[in-house]
Write a protein that binds this ligand. Structure first.
Ligand code: GAP
Length: 454
């Protein structure tokens, strides 16, 4: 796990479980890894999709004011010139003078106990020099300079200035560039939003803390278009919707905090930003952000592309470029918050166990079905019948007949399966009832197959 600093034992336990049980692996692991990239295993991909689908359901499908899009990752280079990313999407970089390794200057200073809020590059350099801050290898550091985080590529067979493109560093621009298309096709009343989920790429100087700071990750973003004078009420409403979503992820409210971002720390496009921070095992860090982007992006598109981004209010002569509220979620950070909230170590009948207490609607496996004994064909046949019925209804159902029943429960607890269903001799000889064990309480109930499926 090159370059990943895992800060404490709880984080290490989660990372280890994620690998052992098929949630998340280091990207290109077999070749020694590629720093800042992660691969999702069978359980991880389902958990991640469940989070993304819940977001889509709450923010798009269940509302009348949201429109979904899925824009291309590669975009015309003018998009990133107009948005300001070519000039300003940078992080402060320092180099180890001996090894030439590169680090985030603000991270090194924060780790050394200094506040970097609002500091210029020259001020950071001075802080490093005055206090003899060293690289993690103990060597002297260079002056601080900027580093653009966009991955550059070329499109087509000829590599020249005109063919330069970038892997998108945010999904937002794919929404802004489709504003006119959506308005022309649907003409929604203001306020309305356009939502998108998808990959984003940033050449982070020092990816770290598991999936928290990756070079390839996913975002779930909304650009919510409002009347310029009515932005504040939509900001508040979307902030509330954000909290509702975080509650639905099962994140304890006491671990979720709002941070009003001061002006000198806000992104170049924002007039107000609230970061939602979460108490991760690595400390309190940004989970997502909600920003008032004004008409910054649409005005830039109008200026550079020469196409009108005006919105005409139906039945009036009023015309203006809408302003924008942007709730921006990182899927990996939501997933890491879900994993760390779910991770529990407790004791059952004197035995230690690890249990992932996922909310049932997010759990990658909903039910596990087993025959009490795997060498009894009559038990296996009945269990298969129940398994097929549940699978037809819920999809994510697992069959497990390995080892004894206690070991099966432990395995399912570790992957967070809410219910284990066991078919025993009473099921086929007496009452027709099956035993259903609750993951969190470990209590078992006997219920009919009809009730279980219903
Ligand atoms: N469109 C606005 C925007 O991209 P941002 O604060 O740069 O704003 C939004 O990113 C969210 O994307 C963050 O709150 C975080 O959840 C996620 N994110 C950003 N960089 C990330 C990275 N390197 N790895 C994982 N998630 C990241």
């Amino acid at each position: 796990m090159a370059n990943q600093q895992i800060k404490n034992e709880r984080m290490e336990a989660i990372v280890s479980l994620a690998k052992r049980r098929g949630f998340i692996y280091q990207g290109s692991d077999v070749y020694g890894g590629l720093s800042g990239t992660w691969d999702y295993g069978p359980l991880g991909v389902t958990l991640k999709r469940n989070i993304m689908q819940l977001w889509w359901k709450m923010f798009v499908d269940s509302r009348d004011d949201m429109y979904g899009v899925d824009a291309a990752i590669l975009m015309n280079q003018k998009v990133w010139q107009a948005s300001g990313h070519v000039d300003t999407f940078t992080d402060p970089l320092v180099e180890d003078m001996e090894t030439k390794q590169r680090f985030r200057a603000d991270h090194l200073l924060k780790d050394a106990g200094y506040s970097v809020d609002g500091l210029t590059l020259a001020e950071m350099t001075k802080l490093i020099q005055d206090n003899d801050v060293k690289s993690p290898n103990g060597n002297a550091l260079s002056d601080v300079r900027t580093f653009n985080m966009m991955f550059t590529t070329t499109v087509g067979p000829v590599a020249d200035d005109k063919s330069i493109s970038y892997l998108r560093p945010e999904t937002a621009q794919g929404i802004f560039t489709n504003f006119r298309n959506v308005v022309d096709a649907f003409y929604p009343d203001l306020p309305f939003g356009i939502a998108q989920q998808g990959k984003a790429f940033r050449n982070e100087i020092s990816p770290r803390d598991f999936v928290f700071r990756s070079r390839e990750f996913e975002q779930m973003e909304i650009e919510y278009f409002v009347h310029p004078e009515k932005w504040a009420e939509s900001f508040e409403a979307l902030l509330k919707d954000t909290h509702d979503f975080l509650t639905a992820l099962g994140l304890p409210a006491e671990n979720v905090h709002e941070l009003e971002v001061p002006e000198n720390d806000r992104a170049h496009y924002s007039k107000r930003t609230i970061d939602i921070e979460f108490d991760f095992p690595i400390g309190r860090e940004e989970l997502m952000g909600i920003a008032y982007r004004t008409d910054f992006d649409l005005s830039n598109i109008q200026r550079v592309a020469g196409k009108s981004m005006d919105y005409s209010v139906k039945g009036t002569n009023e015309k203006f470029i809408p302003h924008v509220i942007e709730p921006s979620f990182g899927v990996e950070r939501a997933l890491m918050a879900v994993l760390s909230s779910a991770y529990t170590e407790d004791e059952v009948n004197g035995d230690k166990r690890i249990v992932m207490k996922f909310p049932a609607h997010l759990a990658p496996v909903k039910y596990c079905v087993s025959p009490l004994l795997k060498n009894k064909p009559e038990l296996v046949a009945k269990a298969r019948e129940v398994y097929e019925l549940l699978k037809k209804k819920h999809g994510n159902v697992m069959w497990d007949d390995n080892g004894n029943i206690g070991k099966r429960y432990r395995r399912q607890d570790e992957i967070g399966t809410p219910y284990c269903v066991v078919i025993d001799f009473d099921t086929i000889e007496n009452d027709g009832l099956v035993s259903v064990r609750d993951r969190d309480t470990t209590e078992q109930k006997r219920i009919s197959i009809e009730e279980l499926i219903g």
